[in-house]
Unconditional design. Structure first.
Length: 511
């Protein structure tokens, strides 16, 4: 019996595959354009076999050598265009942003978020995304970040970030929910794990619900948590607003008071609200409110923690001379009596340059979130089909000898001018870790501020030093093996040694 079911499943899969392939082959190349270079794909799996245990970065580096800085591969049924050159990235993501700013369909996200997956980060380039993005910008402008959101690095790093983001999103601290939010963020991380792109690669899997449900069981777990957490946070916010006669100035309260929502979840079909649409009218409802706030929580926590942990601390411990320069700047500005605030920014150029250099020298990863094209395009004679997944590796910018005096060294001076002042923003040289163009990270101001705050608080009070071995000798940190996207990652230990004159009493008096 079992073998008959298997036989039918295979037969059905083959028919669906042939239908997909026939549809795909019908598309002809537009006038005069040529196909992108790239390895020849096999039926059904495309070029998956060529990943052969390589990391994404290893794969991109190897194939760039063979096919050049822009090439095409197939992962299952899906065409991917891989870009590994900063000038091409700028041309496509920034100059042709209206074509290259969509996102590929992501099955897991549709299973986590409310209403078939409406959310800012994964939604196609269109009416829904524009409305959510405009709102997100209001919450996260440089001014809002500098005046309203204070990150307290003296608490546990991850929990204090969750607290801060919950405060932005739902106007309250999340004491009893912090653990659950942390769990949700962990489950959510699985969405971006390439080993979970089954349905994107093999869309016909959808026709086998029992398989699809098994493959996406992590998404269902995250979904239950997302629902529980956001319902509770929203209920609290509503209750507070009722008790205080609507007197609460948080961003969440403002949005909630001014939006057209009902107290029950409004159902809107996913496709309706995501399609490209010239009509700008948009009703922002309770589902949108929760999905936007959850996106902040999810996008803002893990990324920042990992930037602090291994772009910040892991580099600084190996560069005591940079620590001393930052401390000198901080001491001259603050006299050791207080912690810096955004008003001190102009007096702390070396600190700012160091944070930028951390993102350049050792970003969390060298890839942006995947983009997707909204229509066919011709670039340098190559045809780039609509709905291609665009994989952008910005390593070429961060390691360019043309752009940086010492590309392979940690050298904050890259971002200082000849007078020791912070250089003006430069499209190619400023770190790419947040992306550029229309889909760039909307939380960049907040993330940078959190990093500046953390490093400046820590270095006001402590020297960051290596762990020591049994004989008291420092164990030099080998960045190659420290937590990172690369293989062989290991947790690491540091010591925060109080600077001379720093006592607990003194810390308690500082603000
Ligand atoms: C060090 C910390 C962070 C890093 C490195 C980071 C990086 C990124 C990157 C690479 C993207 C995709 C850009 C692209 O596809 O072109 C992104 C998107 C996004 N980030 Fe961040 N991010 C950080 C912190 C934050 C914070 C604090 C928030 C919010 C509070 C946030 C909210 C978002 C959102 C909502 C998107 C989706 C934007 C869209 O699709 O329109 N991120 N981030």
């Amino acid at each position: 019996m079992e073998s008959i079911t298997l036989l039918f499943t295979l037969l059905f899969a083959t028919i669906i595959y042939i239908l997909f392939e026939t549809q795909r082959k019908k598309s002809n190349l537009p006038n005069g354009s040529i196909p992108l270079p790239g390895p020849k794909p096999l039926p059904i799996i495309g070029n998956l076999h060529q990943l052969k245990g390589l990391s994404y970065q290893g794969f991109v580096d190897e194939f760039t050598k063979k096919y050049g800085p822009i090439f095409q591969v197939r992962f299952g049924a899906n065409p991917w265009v891989v870009i590994n050159d900063y000038e091409i990235i700028r041309d496509l993501l920034i100059k042709r942003g209206s074509i290259y700013s969509s996102r590929p369909f992501n099955e897991a996200s549709t299973r986590i978020y409310y209403e078939g997956g409406k959310n800012i980060g994964f939604s196609p380039y269109g009416k829904y995304w524009r409305a959510m993005r405009a709102l997100a910008h209001q919450a996260l402008t440089q001014k809002m970040v500098d005046n309203n959101y204070r990150f307290d690095p003296t608490k546990d790093m991850r929990l204090s970030l969750i607290d801060l983001l919950a405060t932005i999103s739902y106007g309250q601290k999340s004491e009893n929910l912090s653990q659950k939010i942390e769990q949700m963020i962990f489950e959510f991380g699985e969405i971006l794990n390439p080993r979970n792109y089954y349905i994107e690669m093999f869309p016909w899997l959808k026709y086998f619900p029992f398989l699809a449900n098994r493959l996406y069981s992590f998404a269902y777990k995250a979904k239950a948590l997302v629902r529980e957490i956001s319902t509770e946070l929203l209920k609290d916010l509503r209750q507070r607003l009722q008790e205080n006669d609507g007197e609460e100035n948080s961003f969440a309260a403002l949005v909630l008071k001014n939006m057209d929502i009902s107290s029950t979840i409004v159902t809107k079909p996913y496709e309706d609200s995501l399609e490209l649409d010239e009509d700008n009218s948009f009703t922002f409802d309770e589902v949108d409110f929760m999905n936007l706030n959850n996106s902040f929580l999810i996008s803002g926590t893990g990324t920042t923690v990992s930037a602090i942990r291994w772009s910040g601390y892991a580099i600084l411990v190996n560069h005591p001379e940079v620590q001393r320069k930052i401390q000198k700047e901080l001491d001259e500005c603050l006299q050791g009596n207080r912690f810096p605030s955004p008003q001190d920014d102009p007096k702390l150029p070396y600190l700012h340059a160091t944070v930028k250099e951390c993102f350049r020298y050792r970003p969390d990863r060298n890839f942006l979130l995947q983009h997707s094209t909204t229509k066919d395009d011709i670039y340098r004679g190559y045809h780039i089909p609509a709905k291609s997944t665009i994989l952008v590796s910005y390593k070429s910018a961060h390691t360019s000898e043309k752009l940086f005096e010492r590309p392979n060294e940690f050298y904050p001076e890259h971002y200082l001018d000849e007078n020791g002042q912070l250089r003006k923003y430069d499209e190619l040289r400023d770190p790419w870790a947040f992306g550029k163009g229309r889909r760039a990270c909307v939380g960049q101001h907040l993330a940078e501020r959190n990093l500046l705050t953390t490093i400046s608080y820590v270095l006001t009070l402590f020297d960051i030093e290596n762990d020591i071995d049994q004989t008291g000798n420092p164990i030099k940190l080998n960045l190659k093996y420290v937590e990172s996207d690369q293989e062989g990652k290991e947790p690491y230990k540091l010591r925060f040694v109080p600077r001379s004159g720093v006592t607990l009493e003194k810390i308690m008096q500082m603000n």
